[in-house]
Design a protein around this ligand. Structure first.
Ligand code: S3P
Length: 164
């Protein structure tokens, strides 16, 4: 049995919050790829980036994502997962929800969160860059797109459930 719903989107799009609520609503497990990577690596994502480097993180991300896609539950991917062709290919045939967010809203939600290594220094500027680089990739894998700007997580969950 594979993941029932896969959430993709930029950091600050609400993947973890919406994913946990959606899983509760569907009475399924919630699985967060970043949390599994951190657990297996025995260190935080931020520490993985600092000590081992982004390439090591991305290799772990590819392996763990492809593995978890084939397990039941609601699965939340890391914001950069869609940059991997291997992951994009593995997403084919899955129900993939893109939680769309503007750089302004994502910046508000994230605040100054040091746990996100790619956003250090200039959260808003980095988000603008990441969104520009990745919008087409999120769009390419998504089977449903939900605009989360100004929406509470419960409303986003309701929109997803209605579309299932
Ligand atoms: C990343 C997003 C992070 C995490 C890592 C890289 C990215 O996940 O996977 O720091 O490339 O955008 P979130 O989207 O949950 O912040």
């Amino acid at each position: 049995m594979s993941a029932s719903v896969v959430l993709v989107g930029a950091p600050g799009s609400g993947k973890s919050t919406v994913g946990a609520l959606l899983a509760e609503r569907l009475d399924e497990p919630f699985v967060d790829v970043d949390a599994v990577i951190a657990e297996r690596a025995g260190k935080s994502i931020a520490d993985l980036f600092t000590t081992d480097g982004e390439a090591v993180f991305r290799a772990l991300e590819r392996a763990v994502t492809v593995e978890l896609l084939e397990q039941p539950g609601v699965l939340s991917l890391g914001g950069g997962a869609v940059t991997s062709e291997e992951i994009r290919t593995a997403l084919r045939g899955h129900r993939v929800v893109w939680l769309q967010v503007s750089a302004a809203s994502a910046t508000q939600r994230i605040g100054l969160n040091e746990a996100r290594p790619l956003l250090l220094g200039n959260v808003r500027g980095q988000l603008i860059r990441l969104l520009a680089e990745r919008a087409a990739l999120y769009a390419a894998v998504a089977t449903l797109t939900v605009d989360t700007d100004g929406q509470q997580p419960e409303a986003v969950v309701a929109t997803i459930v209605d579309a299932l």
